[in-house]
Write a protein that binds this ligand. Structure first.
Ligand SMILES: Nc1ncnc2c1ncn2[C@@H]1O[C@H](COP(=O)(O)OP(=O)(O)O)[C@@H](O)[C@H]1O
Ligand SMILES: [Mg+2]
Length: 375
């Protein structure tokens, strides 16, 4: 058991582990720097900054969409939240408590409340176990769902029915199911313990487009029925548009922009969000013709050697000298519209020169840098 690696809560004048009100989940300054080892002595020669200072808040009952290109740190962030990885720095506050201070017994209890659904339903289900045993496993681990085998079987069958599978198929093996059905098995396993939070890590990315909507609909139905809170990870803003109450965009281990859904899709402020949105085709043919793609220069830099200042400056069409020298914090963006979070504006972007309405995205920004105090 490790102590929380820093004292941010105390520094901010809050007692350690103080309940933080309305949020089910919060991360504060969360970092995961994987060491890079080299040579015969396996010396640490650098770090992959997979997650590099993430502050997120997730409200009870909502869906937070978490979007970013492959390798930007989404899965690492998910594993940190579930404490499958111990962070380099930062806090994970769940139900008002910093779970990084928990011992094994306390962690076992909190694990009931936090579940994950993985991207690949083929890789995440043990091929040698029947679906009945796969779904019963968390029930056994936590000693719930009845003590006897008969009771547990009934609970498993009930769960199969809840996720739209035939309850008679509990004795079948994963390979006997289609991709979409296998993901339903993953969903059944995740909801078996009546969790509060489910992290869906690209749950439909590996599925055929025709099947994706069915699984998304199932997740939405279950959310309504059981009051679940979701962090829904995707690599594409179009996937999370319809299911998210709020959306966070990640780039190189950091949050580039976070907002309620409307703010993010209608008034994206970070140039990166603008670029991602410009890549999505629009169904209206006239609008589609008018759509102008923002093409980003170069590739995503390596998280082992991220750019100075704003990590996005090497690819940003609006970047100026200032952006290479200063690290932008997540700056509140709402000045006039009412959406607020914890007394602070709900729309934030880590950009000194956010794209305001009518401004061109494809050219160098003008004016003075936007600061926290301006908002
Ligand atoms: N266990 C690990 N050791 C070293 N590097 C890792 C490890 N896990 C992930 N990474 C690196 O961290 C970065 C973020 O990975 P990941 O969180 O899987 O991104 P995403 O889920 O957004 O595609 C990548 O550069 C990846 O190679
Ligand atoms: Mg991933």
């Amino acid at each position: 058991m490790t102590e929380a690696p820093n004292g941010r809560a105390e520094a901010a004048g809050m007692p350690p582990g103080a309940p933080s009100g309305e949020y089910l989940l919060e991360t504060r300054g969360l970092k995961m720097h994987f060491p890079i080892k080299a040579g015969v002595f396996k010396r640490t020669v650098g770090h992959v900054k997979a997650v590099d200072g993430v502050d997120l808040q997730v409200r009870q009952g909502e869906t937070l969409g978490l979007v970013g290109e492959s390798g930007c740190g989404k899965s690492t962030l998910a594993r940190l939240i579930l404490r499958l990885l111990e962070p380099t720095d930062g806090e994970v506050i769940f139900g008002g408590e910093n779970i990084l201070r928990y011992d094994r017994k306390q962690m076992l209890r909190v694990r009931r409340d936090m579940q994950i659904i993985f991207q690949d339903p083929y890789a995440s289900l043990n091929p040698r176990m029947t679906v009945g045993n796969i779904i019963a496993e968390p029930l056994k681990t936590h000693g719930v769902g009845g003590s006897g085998a008969g009771e547990r079987k009934r609970r498993v069958q009930e769960l199969l029915e809840i996720v739209g599978l035939n309850p008679e198929h509990y004795n079948r093996y994963p390979h006997e199911f289609s991709g979409g059905q296998r993901q339903r098995i993953g969903v059944a396993r995740a909801v078996a313990l009546n969790p509060k939070l489910i992290i869906c890590d690209e749950p439909v990315s590996a599925l055929d487009v025709s099947i994706q909507a069915q699984v998304v609909n199932l997740l939405q139905d279950l959310q309504k029925e059981f009051g679940l809170t979701y962090v829904f990870i995707a690599h594409d803003l179009s996937v999370v548009k319809h299911i998210s109450d709020r959306v966070a965009v990640m780039y190189l281990g950091k949050i580039a922009e976070i907002s309620d859904r409307k703010g993010l899709y209608a008034e994206p402020r970070h140039p990166y969000t603008n670029a991602l949105l410009s890549a999505i085709p629009v169904p209206d043919p006239e609008k589609e013709r008018a759509r102008r793609r923002v093409v980003l220069a170069g590739d995503v830099p390596s998280p082992a050697n991220p750019p100075s200042g704003c990590v996005f400056h090497t690819r940003c069409p609006r970047a100026r000298e200032y952006c290479k020298q200063h690290v932008p914090p997540l700056i509140p963006q709402d000045k006039d519209d009412g959406a607020e979070i914890g007394g602070k504006p709900d729309h934030r972007a880590s950009c000194f020169f956010p794209v305001l309405e009518g401004q061109p995205i494809n050219q160098r920004a003008e004016g003075t840098p936007y600061r926290v105090s301006d908002a």
